[in-house]
Design a protein around this ligand. Structure first.
Ligand code: HAM
Length: 416
């Protein structure tokens, strides 16, 4: 019978790759909690309507990339393509706004987008998602960016570029939209790609985000949102940039950065790297005031970002897989159960290690001890057992010594 293989665009992760994910999660918990964020967990399935209403009917994500299916009762469900929509649904449904003025939340887990898989682009990928709900001050956006910066540096990553823009608000955006429509009216539409020809009418801003070279050339001189910002948006943007300058966080103002999801207003940003192939965005986010009320909640402002963990993993060097403290080598069958007891006692004391389940030759057992990365091999044969002892072999230094069973823990701990 043929074996069953995984589906396209998903991955099985083993060490050292899975160690990188654990490292990203551990560092996130450490760094984000210092800024007052709480970890939450939300479902990976939601009603399809949630994504259509938040991400936007006209976006690639909703139009082409969602895993949508009817459940057994015929209700349309979708595997989440991102976490913001679900988090806002949960925020509203659980009335988190009643408990606190500002909610700082983060979560991580798998997301699903039906895209053409390539390096750094998966159909099941993982995001580390951060949302700050309830604050509309530019200092809140600045703090969010500083936290992202601190997190990435905490992982040892320094060669990343921060691209920043402001998309304006409902007051200044219509003016820019009209300027774009006028600009596109002067272009030969047939020269644009199929998607952009449609976007010119449905969502002209998104034309600026097109990756097709010809579209980029044609729109090189398109009106910039920066020239249309209202006073409030301009001041907020300047405050944010001023804080980044003062904190010596390097960034590039990219007036073409518009992002692929429709809910953004004001600040938008992406963290990019040229070291991960064609997919350059490691993280992306921005402010999305208005989304919560659009989903039926109160009018509460919010800002956030998500990091693509697979892309971040591509940038992390191989981490050293941690070894263990001990390996109990069983040299005689009579020692199998005592070896297990010894291992159990040592683990209860906080040491890490393994015990062989049955007897084997000295050579094969030493090989096994090296394989699990043990520092000490505890040799247990009939002689040792009769004397109530083990032979402790230091696999780093090579020396060995007979030690009473009752003192093994102390012996290891004093030499760690
Ligand atoms: P996004 O830009 O669509 O934003 O995704 C954020 C990050 O997820 C990207 O920068 C990328 O690293 C990663 N990513 C996206 N698609 C894939 C894929 N197919 N394979 C691998 N990685 C991928 C959002 O999702 C927003 N919800 C971010 C946000 C949170 N905005 C405000 N709050």
């Amino acid at each position: 019978m043929s074996n069953i293989q995984k589906i396209k665009g998903v991955a099985d992760l083993f060490p050292p790759e899975s160690d990188k994910f654990a490292f990203m999660e551990r560092t996130a918990r450490e760094v984000f909690s210092r800024y007052g964020y709480n970890e939450v967990r939300i479902p990976i399935m939601e009603k399809t309507e949630l994504f259509a209403r938040s991400i936007g009917e006209e976006t690639d994500v909703v139009q082409k990339e969602m895993y949508t299916f009817p459940d057994r009762k015929g209700r349309s469900l979708t595997l989440r393509p991102e976490a913001t929509a679900g988090l806002m649904r949960a925020f509203i449904e659980n009335k988190l706004y009643a408990a606190q003025n500002v909610s700082k939340l983060f979560t991580f887990g798998p997301m699903f987008r039906y895209e053409r898989p390539q390096k750094g682009r998966m159909r099941q990928f993982h995001q580390l998602d951060v949302e700050m709900i309830g604050a509309n001050e530019p200092q809140a956006d600045a703090e969010l960016l500083l936290m992202l910066y601190t997190y990435l540096r905490g992982l040892g990553l320094r060669q990343l570029s921060f691209e920043i823009n402001s998309l304006g608000c409902r007051n200044c955006r219509p003016g820019h939209r009209q300027a774009l429509v006028d600009f596109f009216a002067g272009l030969n539409r047939d020269e644009l790609c199929d998607d952009c020809r449609r976007r010119v009418d449905t969502n002209p801003l998104r034309v600026l985000d097109c990756k097709v070279e010809r579209c980029r050339e044609l729109t090189a001189n398109a009106p910039k949102i920066t020239d249309h910002l209202c006073d409030d948006c301009r001041t907020s943007f300047e405050v944010i940039l001023g804080i980044l300058d003062a904190m010596k966080v390097e960034y590039v103002h990219n007036p073409r950065l518009v992002r692929g999801l429709d809910y953004y207003v004001g600040l938008t940003f992406e963290v990019t790297s040229t070291d991960i192939g064609a997919q350059t965005a490691v993280a992306g986010g921005g402010r999305y005031d208005g989304l919560i009320s659009q989903l039926g909640g109160p009018d509460v402002p919010a800002t956030g970002f998500a990091i693509g963990m697979e892309r971040l993993a591509l940038l992390l060097g191989d981490l050293e897989h941690p070894g263990v403290d001990f390996y109990v080598a069983v040299l005689d069958d009579s020692c199998a159960t005592p070896a297990l007891s010894l291992a159990q006692e040592l683990r209860s004391a906080g040491l890490t290690g393994e015990a062989a389940f049955g007897a084997g030759s000295l050579k094969s057992r030493l090989r096994a001890a090296n394989k699990v990365g043990a520092r000490w091999c505890l040799l247990m044969g009939g002689n040792e057992l009769a004397a109530g002892e083990v032979t402790v072999k230091d696999l780093a230094g090579g020396e060995q010594e007979r030690v009473a069973l009752s003192s093994v823990r102390e012996y290891i701990e004093s030499r760690k």
